[in-house]
Ligand binder design. Structure first.
Ligand code: FS2
Ligand code: SF4
Length: 538
């Protein structure tokens, strides 16, 4: 196996024996094959579109699901991934028959094989099959961005958003990754185009979420527990949460959020549920201890799932593209899912063990911040706010991420942190105070709500009449998995410069590609808190 798609990759170079995430070599190879056949079907659909033919939304959804399935900490089930390969191949055979001409198709579009040959094939189609390290680096950068984009599109589709243009782009980009005539320059342009579609994808999801559930509003979220048995919901999918809240109403069971589901509390539509209790625990990587202490069933709607301990494995439910061998899975689509197995399980469980008490404040997405615009602008003009520091992104296990807690703690009192994603757990519970009633940590929501931070930056540049790079905003972003890659590409496509990315730069950036990013966009890593505070606040 060879995988280097996430920040925790072994030795900052690549996982080759087993994933640091827990992924086995067999599963990693099957994911490689899934990506290969997904590129293949995408070349076919792109050619069909070129011939003026329609591609069904089921095929679009299949491509997006395949990409999402291979995101870090989403699916650890080799059998499920094999099924995805098989279904994709069989759909591709059907689509090939619709083509007027198969001329020029890549081997990935033409390959077909039975399940028995998948393992042998998988060994030859992984990341290292692209020999030139710069081309490989750019192809993987784009692939990971597309994975993140596909995830966001799936959430938007769950709320019936129209993603056809983005779907067509995803497939055309995947097809281009098979094209050996594309050089580093063409691939760099494709990476930026992927970022542009990343902005569109996040905007689509933002419109879908706010259309369905209202605009997030400033909200205090309880961190303690109640006396009833509970169900803990993690991951990013709000539609799953909605269905679960409907089905648990009046059952005597409370519903808690975990990790990236915390921002659900900020939406007006969910506030009507009296049994929607609060947030339990922290970011994804602490789930082993926290899921154990929760005592009740847990529903993982997306990544990040960690291979569980036996003590809670049978009460860890997955849905959507999430998979874990030995854990029960809830099927169904976004019209209806039957969550009764989880609800019945909860009734037999003890209430959660309290981990902490108190509250945290969030819900500072674009509309809520715009409502405070006068106050914010005044604070900038008077010098009460000197800098905004974007600290969005992901949290992770590495000790080196303590940097972000320390950085937040040591920021001067005239700075405001703009955040989104699970990175916030490093500092959202710190008593950082406020500036004239404006909280010093403005949490917009999930990682996809980085879109809100973009909207806020664009609004400030409009109000102050300067470009985005002239604003008093610095970017100190923590990344872990591939949704952070699409957020990064989105920012680059908008012309945002001088982003600091940590705790380490991606292993998939070759020295030359890293140089392109440094020279054209001023991307840099992090050093130590004291030095970085000096440079970033200068
Ligand atoms: Fe956190 Fe994991 Fe949000 Fe990532 S819970 S690292 O999926 O997308 O951020
Ligand atoms: Fe390693 Fe990350 Fe790939 Fe898992 S997802 S195998 S930890 S690089």
């Amino acid at each position: 196996m060879f995988c280097y798609q996430c920040q925790e990759t072994a030795g900052c170079a690549g996982c080759t024996v087993r994933g640091v995430c827990g992924k086995t070599a067999e599963t990693a190879r099957m994911q490689d094959l899934l990506i290969y056949v997904t590129k293949g079907i995408s070349e076919v659909t792109t050619k069909l579109r070129g011939e003026g033919k329609t591609v069904s939304s089921e095929v679009d959804a299949m491509v997006n699901d395949n990409l999402f399935t291979t995101i870090t900490n989403a699916n650890f089930s080799e059998d499920v991934i094999r099924d995805c390969v098989e279904m994709t191949l069989s759909k591709k055979e059907e689509l090939l028959k619709e083509l007027d001409s198969k001329d020029g198709l890549h081997a990935a579009a033409l390959w077909h094989g039975e399940r028995t040959v998948f393992d042998a094939k998988a060994k030859n189609v992984g990341v290292l099959s692209t020999e030139n390290e710069d081309i490989r680096s750019l192809r993987e950068l784009i692939t990971y961005g597309l994975k993140g984009l596909a995830a966001y599109v799936k959430h938007a589709d769950a709320l019936k958003a129209d993603s056809r243009k983005i779907d067509a782009f995803i497939q055309s980009a995947l097809a281009k990754l098979l094209d050996d005539s594309l050089d580093a320059e063409a691939l760099t342009a494709l990476a930026l185009e992927t970022g542009k579609f990343g902005v569109d994808g996040m905007a689509l999801l933002d419109a879908a979420n706010t259309g369905a559930y209202g605009n997030p509003e400033i909200t205090k979220v309880d961190l303690g527990v109640r006396k009833n048995p509970g169900i803990l919901v993690s991951g990013h999918d709000l539609r799953d949460l909605e269905m679960l809240l409907e089905q648990t109403e009046g059952t005597g069971i409370d519903v808690y959020t975990h990790g990236e589901m915390l921002p659900a509390h900020y939406y007006p539509a969910f506030k009507k549920y009296k049994h929607f209790a609060g947030n339990y625990g922290n970011a994804w990587w602490k789930q082993k201890e926290e899921f154990e202490a929760f005592n009740g069933p847990i529903l993982l709607t997306t990544n990040c799932i960690v291979p569980p301990k036996d003590s809670y494995k049978d009460r860890l439910f997955t849905t959507n593209v999430v998979g874990m061998p030995g854990c029960p899975h809830i099927d169904g689509d976004f019209n209806y899912k039957d969550f009764s197995p989880i609800i019945e399980r909860a009734k037999k469980c003890q209430p959660p063990t309290e981990l902490e008490t108190g509250t945290i404040v969030g819900g500072l997405a674009h509309e809520q911040v715009f409502a405070l615009a006068d106050k914010v602008v005044e604070a900038v003009k008077s010098g009460a706010i000197k800098k905004f520091v974007v600290m969005a992104g992901c949290d992770g296990r590495m000790r080196s991420r303590e940097y972000y807690r320390e950085f937040a703690e040591k920021l001067p009192k005239d700075t405001v942190i703009l955040t989104a994603g699970c990175a916030k757990y490093k500092y959202i519970k710190l008593p950082l105070g406020d500036i004239g009633g404006i909280p010093r940590v403005l949490d917009a929501g999930q990682c996809n709500d980085s879109y809100s931070l973009v909207r806020i930056a664009l609004k400030l540049s409009e109000v102050f009449g300067v470009g985005v790079n002239e604003l008093p905003i610095v970017y100190n972003i923590a990344w872990y998995e591939q949704k952070a890659v699409i957020v990064l590409l989105a920012l680059l496509s908008l012309g945002v410069k001088n982003i600091h990315l940590g705790p380490t730069l991606p292993a998939f950036l070759s020295p030359n590609v890293a140089n392109i990013l440094v020279e054209n966009f001023g991307i840099g890593g992090i050093t130590d808190v004291e030095s970085d505070l000096k440079t970033m606040l200068a």
